[in-house]
Design a protein around this ligand. Structure first.
Ligand code: IMP
Ligand code: MG
Length: 344
């Protein structure tokens, strides 16, 4: 069977946009033969609810929760220890890890990479400390170590190491987000990956097979890690209290590092750029319920901030602007439930 259609879910912001929820909902409601990860490593964290139970994975695509074959592609960075832990976590919870395939050409993160990340990048750039940048450096210097060359991997997981012939319907699960992409983000405050849909083709399908691009965003922006664009001192005193409430109610703490995320009003100009360059045709804007709970509605657009009286006013204005400015956009979905998306 050949490849039918490819759907892609990507982040439109700085990661943590509830991509896991979108992927999970797509897997529940549509049929896929493969679920694939094309970039990043265990710096990512995907939160998924299955039958009201919460699962967090970092590396392995969510297909495993739905008994669908999973593939971790050649552009991913693999920490062997994290991989085993995740495999065991999934096995212990009754999921079939024989469905997981990993590219022989994915790069191995070594202890030296982690040590270098902790020493050089963690404080200065707020990296996750998972060894991503040093591993990427070796990859591009062409002195890296591949999965297929790692003795432990070959001994213990030889059945999982494979470049599969992808077929049928494929869902690609993004990691991080548009503004963390190495080419588009606020360099050097970025990750060492290509987070945009163009890069999903590294999994081994032609661009023409792409059907829908689901972009994930939140109704407010969050940033974890160092980034001079996000200066909490710039938040007015009157907004500070509300922002603190949003952090608490929205549980804005990293699923990988547990770090407190910085929260800012949605930057609509940046969101428009991310939609247009990623080619998003369906956007899911999450955490509507959190703004409703604080009952305060504000965003940043062109010359300044806009404040609204109600969430309905805010949603209407956002939709109107996005449809006007984003020609590929077909659907704007607002989600106020952490576990599922009704309209998808
Ligand atoms: P690294 O990917 O660990 O090198 O971190 C580089 C930058 O990307 C830091 O600002 C991290 O906080 C950020 N980052 C990496 N992965 C994620 C993620 O999954 N969510 C949010 N931020 C991330
Ligand atoms: Mg995440």
């Amino acid at each position: 069977m050949e490849i039918n259609n490819v759907d892609i879910c990507c982040g439109l912001a700085w990661g943590d946009e509830a991509k896991g929820k979108i992927v999970s909902e797509l897997l529940r409601t549509k049929n896929y033969d493969w679920v694939c990860r094309w970039s990043g490593g265990s710096n990512a964290g995907h939160t998924i609810y299955i039958d009201n139970k919460k699962y967090v994975t970092h590396l392995i695509p969510a297909g495993v929760f739905y008994n669908i074959k999973c593939y971790i592609g050649p552009d991913c960075y693999i920490n062997y220890q994290d991989f085993i832990e995740e495999i065991n976590y999934l096995k212990n919870n009754g999921f079939n890890t024989d469905l997981i395939f990993i590219s022989p050409n994915a790069h191995i993160i070594t202890q030296e990479h982690i040590d270098e990340d902790l020493a050089k990048y963690k404080t200065k750039q707020g990296s996750t400390g998972k060894g991503i940048a040093p591993c990427a450096k070796d990859k591009f210097a062409r002195i890296g170590k591949l999965v297929k060359d790692d003795d432990d991997f070959i001994t213990n997981y030889s059945n999982n190491i494979l470049t599969p012939e992808l077929n049928g319907d494929i869902l690609c699960e993004g990691a991080q987000g548009f503004w963390l992409d190495i080419n588009y983000g606020n360099y050097p405050y970025v990750t060492s990956s290509n987070c945009l849909p163009y890069s999903a083709c590294s999994l081994g399908f032609p661009p023409k097979k792409i059907r829908d691009i689901y972009g994930a965003a939140k109704i407010y922006d969050t940033r974890v890690g160092v980034d001079p664009l996000f200066d909490e001192n710039s938040i007015s005193n009157s907004d500070c209290d509300i922002i603190e409430q949003i952090i608490d109610l929205g549980e804005e703490y990293g699923s990988t590092t547990k770090r407190r995320r910085k929260v800012f009003w949605l930057n609509l100009d940046k969101l428009i750029t991310a939609i247009n360059i990623s080619g998003t045709n369906i956007i899911v804007i999450s955490k509507i319920d959190i703004l409703e709970q604080v009952n305060f509605y504000k965003l940043q657009y062109t010359d300044g901030d806009i404040t609204y009286d109600t969430i309905e006013d805010m949603k209407n204005d956002i939709s109107n602007i996005l449809y006007r400015k984003c020609k590929l956009l077909e659907k704007v979905i607002y989600s106020n439930n952490p576990k599922s998306i009704e309209e998808l």
